[in-house]
Ligand binder design. Structure first.
Ligand code: NAD
Length: 486
């Protein structure tokens, strides 16, 4: 008797799109100045586009010089009153903002995904809860500031200008605003041009929380608006998160002006896999390290260093795992890799990947069906990468991992540190002592052991070398917003 082989069953996911009918988005958003949404003085508006569909979501006002002057004026007027509030009262406002972010979490997550292209699973489970957690954390610090700086006397800096990028729009706004406000400063935030919406919803939340007017202003706009904010007279500090090139420009513009500065810049972080690591767990960590948020992550584990003895096994398992990543509609709850944030970013990724091929690295991109409209890039791995290749040196800021190898622990450390950046690193090993030894030899602000891209509001985050200076998160995140008595 012959037995027919059983037909294999294809287990696939049914579409699971998140609903958008609960959104309360306006067609047009003004600038948020003095506790109200106002028209820009020169009447300039720009569309913000969904990168997964190229459809316009809303029109957003861009700030001009007159608006900036007005925002600085109201921030300046509000600051002494804000700083004079009992510390606990300031803390209560932050606490209210955190609670309102939680109440509007679903809406904020969907808007973050629409405006930026990141998978809903991430905006829902990472961006929005962490943004709320940052406000909760710094709400707790507002009446304990001295204890965050070795019990010294402290005072706020005054009015701070804050510029954030598009990869974690609400989360970066929370990283900036929460400590600044807890310390008694008033703040003017400039969101990125491609992702202004959740910052504008945060402005609504400030209204709902009855935050005193002028404590927070939100001035959307492009790089020119950011450059004008940096150069505007009347600010006591600039806090910037973005690319190293712009950070350099800002540092030059502020030289000799007595304006405080912190810079959170780019990275090319090493994710190091030793032969004694739990390989399956490491592969999950590599995937999370580079494909989380399409690789639009400053600390992405984009340089994968694998010990030679296990390189074939790790690469084979990683490639198999990459083939199972679901790329597509960011609103679908099963999507792992969403849309690239903008046409410009897609162009930059494509250009660097082409350079990788031209220089002789071996490219493998996952074969997957990509939507016809929108900006997409298939998860990609480079092997046969030499340390001097552009894909090993430059920040790609996309879903592209470059594999390098090493033989000994000393070589791993040397290769990991062989970068102009120093933002983060990952170490995968079974040996605790080895992990600590390697971590202390790495010139990186954050080092994860047997995990990657783990963020917590109580932990400091920041870079070495061209990844910037200053720390955000935890008590270390208070210091950049305080004058501390010697
Ligand atoms: P970007 O530097 O082009 O822009 C960042 C922000 O600065 C945007 O709001 C932009 O409008 C504004 N800007 C642009 N030119 C300016 C200028 N001349 N003066 C003042 N402001 C200006 O960076 P991006 O492409 O939006 O973001 C990606 C970069 O951000 C990557 O390099 C990434 O590594 C970095 N990043 C760093 C961290 C960190 O914590 N270290 C976190 C997230 C992103």
């Amino acid at each position: 008797m012959t037995v027919e082989p059983r037909a294999s069953i294809v287990w696939d996911y049914a579409p699971a799109p998140e609903a958008t009918d609960h959104l309360r988005l306006r067609d047009r958003y003004g600038l948020f100045i003095g506790g109200d949404f106002v028209e820009p003085a020169d009447g300039r508006y720009a569309p913000t586009v969904n990168p997964a569909t190229e459809e316009v979501i809303a029109e957003v006002a861009w700030a001009g010089p007159a608006d900036m002057g007005r925002a600085i004026e109201v921030s300046r007027a509000a600051q002494p009153r804000w700083a004079a509030l009992p510390d606990r009262e300031r803390g209560k406002f932050l606490f209210r903002i955190a609670r309102l972010i939680q109440e509007r979490a679903r809406e904020l997550a969907v808007v973050e995904t629409l405006d930026g292209g990141k998978p809903l699973r991430e905006s829902r489970d990472v961006d929005i809860p962490l943004a709320a957690a940052h406000f909760f954390h710094y709400a707790g610090w507002a009446d304990k500031l001295r204890f965050g700086v070795n019990a010294r006397e402290v005072a706020p800096l005054g009015v701070v200008g804050q510029i954030v990028p598009w990869n974690f729009p609400l989360l970066m706004a929370a990283w900036k605003l929460a400590p600044a406000l807890a310390c008694g400063n008033t703040a003017i935030l400039k969101p990125a041009e491609t992702t202004p919406l959740t910052a504008l919803l945060l402005a609504e939340i400030c209204q709902e929380a009855e935050l005193p007017e002028g404590v927070v202003s939100i001035l959307p706009g492009d790089g020119a608006v950011g450059a004008a904010l940096v150069r505007a007279p009347g600010l006591d500090k600039i806090a910037f998160t973005g690319s190293t090139a712009v950070g350099r420009d800002i540092q030059t513009a502020l030289a000799g002006r007595g304006v405080e500065l912190t810079l959170e810049l780019g990275g090319k972080s090493a994710n190091i896999v030793f032969e004694d690591a739990a390989i399956d767990q490491a592969v999950e960590g590599i995937v999370n390290g580079i494909f989380f948020n399409q690789g639009h992550v400053c600390c992405a584990g984009s340089r994968l260093l694998i010990q030679e003895s296990v390189v074939d096994e790790v690469v084979a398992k990683l490639w198999a795992r990459m083939g199972r990543l679901r790329v597509g509609d960011p609103l679908d709850k099963n999507t792992d890799v969403g849309a690239i944030n903008s046409a410009e970013q897609l162009e930059r990724i494509s250009e660097l990947v082409a350079a990788g091929e031209a220089e002789g690295a071996v490219r493998r991109s996952v074969q997957c069906e990509l939507p016809e409209r929108g900006y997409w890039f298939a998860p990609t791995m480079f092997t046969e990468v030499a340390p001097a290749h552009r894909v090993a040196v430059e920040e790609i800021f996309g879903p592209v991992v470059s594999v390098l190898t090493f033989r000994t622990q000393a070589e791993a450390i040397e290769k990991a540190n062989n970068s102009k950046y120093g933002l983060a690193a990952g170490i995968w090993t079974d040996k605790g002592a080895k992990a600590f030894e390697v971590a202390s030899a790495l010139r990186a602000g954050v080092v994860w052991q047997n995990t990657y891209n783990h963020f917590d509001p109580t932990a400091a985050f920041g870079g070495y070398k061209e990844s910037g200076f200053g720390r955000e998160g935890g008590p270390a995140g208070l210091r950049p917003y305080l004058r501390v008595a010697r």
